[in-house]
Design a protein around this ligand. Structure first.
Ligand code: FAD
Length: 232
């Protein structure tokens, strides 16, 4: 079975950025995400300034601010990288060997194996979406948040804090709020991106720190630089 050097769970702003930089440096990367239709999908159109030489910068087109068109340009660039395997699956839990994370289980069945696993799951851990009177389990409009991974992380002893983000109403979309969980700051080491409870496990993006798209992309770049250093 294929074993990646780095497996990233979640192709949002942080995970996709990290995967793109790692793959361009020759690292064999798996980028697993629950829906290929929402790869690097913004809530609202991204606005510059962006980190230099980032995937975010490359996918941005000031002449075309449609969010799905931004998503399509980012996905196209990810798919063009020969060392990057972008695929659709939902991570439901961690695969452990002698206390070290060696991959993830997936809802679809086949496990994904790697030397290092990065959680880049954004606002999807134990997420609830509020739209008017409606409340549902979702990390973004029309994108479900499945409970399995969050429940397993809690069972493994990880601690979380509750956070909330809001999307204002626009002429074409309703406003809504998302309440989600992020790892407790003591679980994560900002310098190395390690989730310290388990060896081989890292996290990046909104699931560990707050910020806008540019910040998430910058964090993805910083993670790639750190892992390149670790991999030698
Ligand atoms: P995301 O971009 O959310 O990516 C996470 C990805 O992980 C998703 O694609 C999801 O499908 C995938 N995933 C989750 N769980 C699994 C699993 N178990 N298996 C496989 N895949 C999984 N910032 C701005 O600059 N502008 C805004 O307008 C803005 N609006 C926001 C609105 C809300 C409601 C929130 C919560 C945040 C907002 N932010 C905004 C802040 C932040 O920049 C964005 O949330 C950004 O998308 C976070 O990037 P990320 O990579 O951490 O997560």
């Amino acid at each position: 079975m294929r074993r990646y050097q780095v497996l990233i769970v979640g192709a949002g702003f942080a995970g996709a950025e990290a995967a793109w930089h790692l793959a361009r440096a020759g690292v064999e990367v798996g980028l697993l995400t629950q829906s290929l239709d929402s790869v690097m999908m913004p809530f609202l159109p991204p606005k510059p300034p962006f980190p230099q030489e980032s995937l975010l910068e490359k996918a941005y087109d000031p002449q075309d601010e449609r969010v799905w068109a931004f998503h399509a340009r980012a996905k196209y660039r990810l798919e063009a990288e020969p060392h990057l395997h972008l695929f659709q699956a939902t991570a439901t839990g961690l695969l452990l060997e002698e206390g070290r994370v060696v991959g993830v289980r997936t809802w679809e069945g086949p496990p994904a194996l790697a030397e290092r696993v990065v959680l880049a799951v954004g606002s999807f851990l134990g997420a609830r979406l509020f739209l008017g009177e409606v409340e549902e389990e979702a990390g973004r409009l029309s994108e479900a948040s499945y409970p399995d991974l969050f429940e397993e992380l809690k069972a493994l002893g990880f601690r979380f804090v509750e956070r909330e983000g809001a999307v204002p109403e626009t002429p074409t979309t309703p406003g809504y709020r998302v309440r989600y969980h992020a790892f407790h700051p003591e679980e994560w080491e900002a310098e190395t991106f390690r989730l310290q409870r388990l060896a081989g496990l890292y996290a990046v993006g909104l699931c560990v720190r707050e910020g806008d798209y540019a910040r998430m992309s910058q964090e993805g770049k910083r993670l790639a630089e750190h892992l390149l250093h670790e991999l030698g």
